[in-house]
Design a protein around this ligand. Structure first.
Ligand code: SF4
Length: 368
């Protein structure tokens, strides 16, 4: 069976003949699912039929509703905390007998972390479940409090990662949200592909409160490749920011995570603030690295290879904890506030101010 562009994407010449993988849901017998597409470098896009895509604050433990069209991300940032959710999905399938040992090994990759970057779950046909989710959302939030019940797209994985070019799920979601009034919507991405959707973002902006966060933690091109395997270059992200700003969209920079001893020095941060200013950003937010257990497998080997002089410091600082040490976080926040004031951005306006509690991963974040 040859799989065509079911979600509106054009047929890709690299589309592979569909192969079959076991279903990952635990409450059904093993069913075969298609691989929707493959890349020459080994990435496979696997269909997942979600029961729900819009996660409520009660489900995730954070103060906003969240939506992530994909599980896994080809950009492959070494610090990405969404790895744990992908691992959980794959391990649950193995434990439930829905992946054979051989399939599990193939899925997991030689070190375990590869799967997150090379086996991307695509939440196909999500518009049907989104409709039901929106009804749930509208029932639980009156119009007067809706502003305080934001919907954030891209809390766990990038909604404009390469898969979006092919599957257009984020575009479809935005088209649906553009038909609503009075929503409070945030989007987080590293990808200039968001510029493709400027038209629909403008329509949302006319009827709802929309804020776009372009994620960038350094303008140093060489450095970025040490910590983000395949992410878009800083210049193209900043151009995307400028394009959206020129289109009237409220857009700013999110510098997250700030990496202790790597990207937290003043010249680094000044360069980011300056670039944000020149691109027309309305705000700059920043926050330090969180080193969750599932991140360590990927991040610490990178640190050992690229920044061996920092390994001991990181081990000490993050021993027995995921968050940065309190004193460090406080000092960084003070530095960011000074820079916000100096470069004319709103001071102390962080993601937490707008969306409530931290953008924290939780086992249920992806609403599987
Ligand atoms: S772009 Fe975002 S979701 Fe993708 S790997 Fe990087 S941090 Fe994770």
């Amino acid at each position: 069976m040859r799989v065509k562009g079911r979600t509106g994407g054009r047929a890709d010449s690299r589309t592979a003949k569909a192969k079959q993988l076991p279903l990952l849901q635990s409450d059904r017998p093993a069913v075969r699912l298609p691989v929707l597409d493959e890349r020459l470098r080994g990435t496979k896009f696997v269909s997942l039929q979600p029961k729900s895509v819009l996660n409520s604050p009660q489900q995730t433990g954070v103060d906003f509703w969240s939506l992530n069209p994909y599980i896994g991300c080809e950009f492959g940032c070494a610090y990405c905390y969404a790895r744990y959710a992908h691992r959980y999905t794959v391990e649950r399938a193995r434990d439930g007998g829905r992946l054979s040992d051989a399939e599990f090994q193939e899925f997991r990759g030689p070190h375990g972390w590869e799967a997150f970057e090379r086996r991307i779950f695509v939440k196909e046909h999500l518009l049907g479940v989104l409709e039901a989710d929106l009804q749930r959302y509208f029932r639980s939030t009156s119009p007067t409090v809706r502003e305080s019940a934001p919907i954030v797209i891209g809390t766990a994985t990038d909604p404009y990662q390469p898969a979006e070019r092919r599957f257009r799920l984020t575009r479809a979601i935005l088209e649906r949200l553009a038909r609503c009034d009075g929503l409070n919507i945030g989007i987080i991405t590293k990808s200039p592909l968001i510029g493709r959707d400027t038209d629909v973002l403008r329509r949302i902006h006319e009827r709802s409160d929309l804020e776009v966060h372009i994620s960038l933690n350094t303008v140093d091109v060489a450095l970025i490749r040490h910590v983000e395997a395949r992410s878009p270059m800083p210049a193209v992200r900043l151009r995307a920011l400028e394009r959206l700003a020129n289109a009237g969209v409220r857009v700013g920079l999110i510098v997250a995570p700030v990496l202790p001893g790597i990207t937290d020095d003043l010249p680094h941060l000044e360069a980011l603030f300056q670039a944000a200013r020149e691109a027309g950003a309305r705000f700059v937010h920043a926050g330090p690295l969180r080193l969750y257990p599932a991140v360590r497998d990927r991040f610490l080997p990178m640190l050992e290879e690229r920044f061996p002089h920092l390994v001991a410091r990181y081990r000490r600082a993050y021993e027995g904890r995921s968050g940065a040490p309190r004193d460090y976080a406080r000092a960084l926040a003070a530095r960011i506030k000074k820079l916000q004031a100096r470069f004319g951005f709103p001071v102390n306006e962080g993601m937490a101010d707008r969306y409530g509690r931290r953008l924290a991963p939780a086992q249920r974040e992806l609403g599987l």
